[in-house]
Structure formats: structure tokens, C-alpha cells
Design a protein around this ligand. Structure first.
Ligand SMILES: *Cc1c(COP(=O)(O)O)cnc(C)c1O
Length: 369
């Protein structure tokens, strides 16, 4: 048996046919760059995430840049980001002319803590904080960090690229954020057939500015009120995403079951599965376990010998990327991000993974000596 780390082609019966039929309709109607389907998808996305305003855009990195710009982050403003995240978080801050300062994560929760955020606010006096929710979870201290940023006047932007459908305290994570972003990269839980992203706001004025930024700063057809760029969501992707959204709850449920089975059934000394906080409903984006960084290479070789795909999300700290030099404005490090980079291992997990595939992974890992 061979089990991939991820298979994005496990579509439901009829999905492929419906999407291609509707795409053909878009071509016949000449709906390429916009048209009604974009608005339909945005409305469905707003309802699904329980957000006040949901906007489609070109990709998840643009979504971060749009959110930073719309929220008022400008040249030379300091923005705190976690030292453990995907590189796009760092890039987005630099691309809007601001200065990223990295903050170490916790070895226990793999995310920022409210205590660390309070220290970073004292140290860096930042304009904004970019809180990243990794692995399909919510940062366990989300509610405390939201309150802290509100009290100290720090703009909070939440990167929910991996957390579509995640809940905290029974509420939508995205819906509860003042400003949030997501990615519809094909491998995310709600994936497009190419690149796409989303931006979410509670405030109507910020959402209006963001929509202007997405479309060349347009305030009328040839009137430009801001320096934006072209980050419009295309009609084909909106159509693909709208169809996918109808299947999302079932997809998330099947992913959650895979993560739960690994946690319940795998018993390997030295391999510790990490669960989201008790009040968090995960979306099952990734299964996360940690092991002693010195033991991981041998375990990776074993998984390869069993034809089991795996991930290492993410293998390096942001502050130590070669591209960070010359851009980073400060760093609070206790070596935790480096430890996490060496310790994390992600077993196969994707929507509609078959039970015999899960069994094979569980039995193989349990047989490892
Ligand atoms: C995927 C991802 C992004 C970037 O999204 P793209 O659509 O690939 O630009 C940003 N942040 C995080 C945490 C991500 O996982």
C-alpha cells in the first residue's frame, strides 16, 4: 500500500461534472474576470464564516497585504509576527513597506501566547500584530490576545489561511476576528483550482477600502482614489470555490476523523500527538505530532520505506531565513521555533481519506521500533 501525504483529487460524486458544466457556462456568457458568480461566492463565504464582510482576492499572500494596507499599516510601521509560520506572513509585511519583528512561539501549543505578545508590545511598540493560526487550529490564547491588542491600541490581523471552518468557544474563528485573511491555494481545506484568497472585516469602512485596493484603487471606472493593484478573484475560481463550499462541512468532518484516529490509536513512545485547545473545533487541515529532533530523521526514513507520505510544516524559523536579513526589525527568540521546526511531523491527512489508508498508517507507525 502507498498512502500520499495529501490527495486533493478525492472529489465527491458529481463534483467534477458540475464544476466543468458551470465553467463552460461562464465561458459561453463571457464571464471571465468578474460577473455574478464572484458576488455569489462572496455572499456564501460571508454566511459560512459568519463574518460581517467577506471579499475574494487573488491569493492568500495578497489577502495579508490587502488587510495590512486597509487596516492602516504603512511604511516603517513595526508589525509583530510569529517566528514559526509560513514565509508569506513575513513577505506580506515587507511588501507593504512595514518592518517585521519576530516573536517566538510556545513549545507546548506551537503558537504565540498572550504573555509573549504583551512582552513584544512593550519591546517593539508595534503598529500591528499578525496572529497566525496554524494546522487548522486556533491559537489557544486568541481571545486574550484580541483583548490585549484592543487595550493597547495595536491593530490585530489574523492569518486564517489554514483555519477555514475552525471554531473557538463555539464561534467561527474568522467571524470573531476584527480583520482576518485566508488562502484558497488548492492544498488548503477550501481549495480553488488555482490561486485565490479572502479578506474578512467587521468594520464596513475598512471593507470598502479593501475592495478599492483589490481593483486598482478604483472609485469609478477611470477614477482612482488609491494606489491599489489588481488582486481580483477570477470567475472560474469563484465558481470552483462556490461548488466546493457546499461540500466543505463533509470534507472537514472526514479530516477531523483522521486526526482523531491518529491521536487515539497510535501509541509510539517518543511520538506525541498534539491536540488543539479544549474549546477549539479544528478543521483537520493537518495532523500534528512532535518527536525529539534527533530521532526524527530515522522515523522519516521509516515512513519512506513504508510508502507513507508525510509533511514537516515548517522546517525553519522565519528569523533565520536567508531572505529575512536586511528586513527584520527585531527578534524575541528562546529557540522554541527552531525546536518546533525540528520536532514536528505531519502524517497523511486529507478529505475523504479511506479507512484502509488510515489503518495502514496507524498499524505501520505502531510497528516502528
Ligand atoms: C498558504 C498560506 C499563506 C499564503 O497563501 P497563498 O494563497 O499561497 O499566497 C499565508 N499564510 C499561511 C499561514 C499559509 O498557510
Amino acid at each position: 500500500m502507498k498512502v500520499p501525504f495529501i490527495d486533493i483529487l478525492r472529489f465527491e460524486a458529481g463534483f467534477y461534472e458540475t464544476v466543468t458544466e458551470k465553467t463552460a457556462q461562464l465561458i459561453k456568457n463571457g464571464h471571465f474576470a468578474g460577473g455574478p458568480v464572484v458576488g455569489q461566492f462572496e455572499s456564501a463565504l460571508k454566511a459560512y464564516t459568519k463574518s460581517a464582510h467577506a471579499l475574494g482576492c487573488a491569493n492568500g499572500t495578497d489577502a495579508l497585504q490587502l488587510a495590512l494596507r486597509a487596516a492602516g499599516v504603512a511604511k516603517d510601521d513595526k508589525v509583530v509576527i510569529p517566528d514559526m509560520t509560513f514565509w508569506a506572513t513575513f513577505e506580506a509585511v515587507v511588501n507593504v513597506g512595514a518592518i517585521p519583528c519576530t516573536l517566538d512561539v510556545s513549545r507546548e501549543t506551537l503558537h504565540l501566547t498572550a504573555k509573549a505578545v504583551a512582552e513584544a508590545i512593550e519591546t517593539f511598540k508595534p503598529k500591528a500584530l499578525l496572529l497566525v493560526h496554524l494546522y487548522g487550529w486556533a491559537c489557544p490564547d486568541t481571545l486574550a490576545i484580541r483583548a490585549l491588542c484592543r487595550d493597547r491600541g495595536v491593530i490585530l490581523i489574523e492569518d486564517c489561511a489554514q483555519s477555514m471552518g475552525t471554531e473557538i468557544g463555539g464561534e467561527s474563528l474568522i467571524g470573531g476576528a476584527a480583520v482576518a485573511t485566508t488562502s484558497f491555494y488548492p492544498a488548503k481545506v477550501l481549495g480553488a483550482s488555482g490561486d485565490a484568497g479572502g479578506v474578512f472585516f467587521q468594520d464596513e469602512a475598512l471593507a470598502r477600502d479593501c475592495r478599492i485596493l483589490i481593483n486598482h484603487g478604483r472609485i469609478s471606472h477611470y477614477g482612482h482614489g488609491m494606489i491599489g493593484w489588481n488582486s481580483r478573484l477570477g470567475a472560474y475560481e469563484a465558481n470552483f470555490l462556490l461548488e466546493s463550499l457546499g461540500h466543505l462541512d463533509a470534507r472537514l468532518e472526514s479530516r477531523r476523523k483522521v486526526c482523531a484516529q491518529y491521536r487515539e490509536r497510535i501509541r509510539l513512545p517518543g511520538l506525541t500527538f498534539i491536540a488543539p485547545a479544549a474549546d477549539v473545533l479544528e478543521n483537520g487541515y493537518l495532523s500534528v505530532a512532535v518527536m525529539d529532533p534527533q530521532s526524527r530523521p530515522a522515523f522519516e526514513a521509516f515512513l519512506k520505506s513504508k510508502d507513507i507520505g508525510y509533511g514537516v510544516v515548517y522546517p525553519g524559523a522565519m528569523s533565520e531565513q536567508p531572505g529575512a536579513a536586511g528586513h527584520i526589525g527585531g527578534r524575541i527568540s528562546h529557540g522554541n521555533a527552531q525546536w518546533v521546526a525540528g520536532a514536528v511531523i505531519n502524517l497523511p491527512c486529507f478529505a475523504h481519506m479511506r479507512q484502509d489508508e488510515v489503518d495502514y498508517v496507524v498499524d505501520s507507525v505502531n510497528s516502528y521500533r
